[in-house]
Design a protein around this ligand. Structure first.
Ligand code: GRF
Length: 203
């Protein structure tokens, strides 16, 4: 199976997925890494692993739809089985999400449906929450709105700073994202009617 990963930055989740593929834990290959930022560190990680990269910058396209069309044409050329968003910080157009319906995963650092969008750590701390976490979900046209697949929770302690909670959440992300990718690659995970199923059971 072929996976394409979309990034904008560090690429620690990308690294975890590449490592799991290389180790044979996920029965697939990362066929390409796509970034909307030319300076994303994740591109260096991909090159270090010998994986092809492609950069699509918004400034080179008339609008978001044309940019996403270029990306989807590239992915179609690879015939990818799965698209993994790993810190891709741009909202995909409905044309893109519909074209790849049921084949796009995202990881978002909150316990969705709580705190979609940006600055989730700050929001959780300011709200006085005692826990935070991360969510892997299918992607549809609503930002951070697709069917939830798996979440991991971490505590927030009274004197925590953003970085403390972020570090705790990150550790969990690097565990759960490769696991969900493996489920998908093994054909155990499906999306239907806006819901997620594992081994035929509603999640
Ligand atoms: C992750 O925390 C993910 O939840 C969010 O963006 C971050 C990406 O980190 N969507 P990295 O680029 O994988 O290191």
């Amino acid at each position: 199976k072929k996976i394409v990963v979309l990034i904008s930055g560090q690429g620690t989740n990308l690294q975890a997925i590449m490592d799991a593929c290389k180790a044979g834990k996920i029965n697939a290959q990362v066929a390409a890494v796509i970034s909307n930022k030319a300076d994303a560190y994740g591109l260096i990680r991909a090159k270090n692993s010998g994986i092809p990269t492609a950069v699509f910058e918004r400034k080179n396209y008339a609008d978001n739809s044309q940019m996403d069309r270029a990306i989807s044409d590239y992915i179609d050329g690879i015939a990818a089985d799965l698209i993994v968003l790993a810190g891709y910080m741009k909202i995909l157009t409905a044309g893109f999400t519909r074209h790849f319906a049921g084949k796009i995963l995202n990881i978002h650092p909150s316990l969705l449906p709580k705190y979609p969008g940006l600055n989730t750590y700050q929001k959780a701390i300011e709200a006085g929450d005692s826990e935070h976490g991360t969510t892997v979900h299918f992607v549809n046209e609503k930002m951070d709105g697709g069917a939830v697949i798996l979440q991991a929770k971490v505590p927030i302690f009274p004197d925590d700073r953003i970085e403390d909670v972020e570090e705790r959440v990150k550790i969990q992300e690097l565990q759960i994202y490769p696991l969900v990718v493996k489920w998908f690659v093994d054909g155990r995970l499906k999306e239907a009617g806006g819901k997620a199923y594992l081994d035929g059971q509603l999640l």
